[in-house]
Design a binder for this molecule. Structure first.
Ligand SMILES: [Zn+2]
Length: 86
């Protein structure tokens, strides 16, 4: 039996399922929905690209937070400097 890759139309999960040839849908292991579609390509793991994109998004969010923190630090330092001078 071939292994096919499916994508859940309910929650978007990708999973591999051992099914008989010709099967076009398998229940989603994540949410149990029956509305899944078989992916044509099985060359690369489908989870790889989204995962990488998520990591990059996390990384840029972290940089944004860091930048905002620096801004606040700079701002409070400026305010303090302004307050100290009459
Ligand atoms: Zn699902």
């Amino acid at each position: 039996m071939p292994i096919y890759e499916f994508e859940c139309e309910e929650c978007g999960a990708c999973f591999e399922e051992l099914v008989t040839a010709g099967t076009t849908a398998a229940p989603c292991p994540e949410c149990g929905a029956g509305r899944t579609r078989r992916l044509i390509s099985a060359v690369s793991p489908p989870g790889r690209v989204p995962r990488g994109a998520r990591v990059r998004a996390d990384e840029s969010r972290r940089r944004d937070r860091e930048a905002a923190r620096q801004d606040r630090l700079l701002e409070s330092r400026k305010r303090r400097a302004a307050g100290e001078r009459p």
